[in-house]
Design a protein around this ligand. Sequence first.
Ligand SMILES: *Cc1c(COP(=O)(O)O)cnc(C)c1O
Length: 428
Amino acid sequence: MIYKRSSALFAEAQKVIPGGVNSPVRAFKAVGGDPIFVKEAKGAYLYDEDGNRLIDYINSWGPMILGHAHPPVVNAVVEKAKKGTSFGMPTEIETQIAELAVAMVPNIDKIRFVNSGTEACMSAVRLARGFTKKDKIIKFAGCYHGHSDSFLIQAGSGAVTFGSPNSPGVTEGTAKDTLLARYNDLENVERIIASNKGEIACIIIEPVAGNMGCIPPVKGFLEGLRSLCDANDILLIFDEVMTGFRLAKGGAQELLGINADIVTFGKVIGGGLPVGAFAAREEIMNHLAPLGPVYQAGTLSGNPLAMAAGLAMLTELHNNADIFDSIAKKTEYLHQGITKVLTEKNVVHTINRVGSMISVHFSEDPVIDFESAALGNNDSFKKFFHGLLDQGIYIAPSAFETWFITEALTYEDLDDTIKAISITAENL
Ligand SMILES: *Cc1c(COP(=O)(O)O)cnc(C)c1O
């Protein structure tokens, strides 16, 4: 396929936007070449500026779980826009989406809407600190919770892809309050808690990690964290920005049967518009301004267009709960197909999958944490990525990303993808 116009647009963009992109993972730094410029998208397909059609496995990094330009979502936004796009005053639709979210997600009484997953996680940690009156937090190497200062310590995908796990600009003062633990290693967490007795406000974690590839929690790990939190007066924050409204109606909490104290959302909850949210039981949420002392605000928070998109999306998911099963089955089909062709071609690989999240690692050892994820063969990944792109299949331009399966993908699309992988595997 030819990507000439995309390259020309990229050259223009680089003159006025740092690196030509407004979020680093969109640049093709890790795989080489120029990023593709999208013109439009519909269902499972992207149409780029050169007129190519690509099967999309990124889906805006998760939100488009029902496919691009899903009519109920698009119509909701268009109708809402005609009535004004922002007021900075309360609107009924905010309560409607809040009621629906609270009904779908276990273990939460109240929810507050913000504009991104980053904001949601940043605010959740502030709330946890305000509630527990403690300062330190535990995060896991390879987990990403957005780009706010206290999380840019071994922050997974984007940050790792660019070789700056710890970003300049984050002060030592901030960094010292973030304690780094190993994913799937409960003893490691126990040791950290023991040596910071009475100082830890919260543990924040992706309950299924998705920013170092897809890494499921090993049996007992999240249960162990739950007990450690209970025993030490620590709040457990599930960052469900990726897993929320994807792994099940109630996210990872429902799928895995574990309750978090605070849950954060983003991606799917906005239906493709900029939305994040954080939620908890009433006792915790009432610490937020204007009820309580923990300040948090936003001029565009609860924006009517964003709420309309989110409400339409959640309504679809609420009314068609089979969707989660259906997407998981498609993902399983893809998993089996990829395993078969990579095995036939003797390509060393490990595939991780939970529900509709899947990642292919070019390494033979189990991928269970950031260290093992980093062992994958990056040259193979680069060839894999470009081999697929040449055949009109778009996966994330980094080995540290999950693929996001959408309900819009047909089994024929999946078969085409498996065939393309088989052809690409010849050269790995
Ligand atoms: C994407 C992501 C975020 C950040 O969300 P933004 O909307 O990009 O700020 C936070 N946590 C997780 C788990 C994510 O996948």
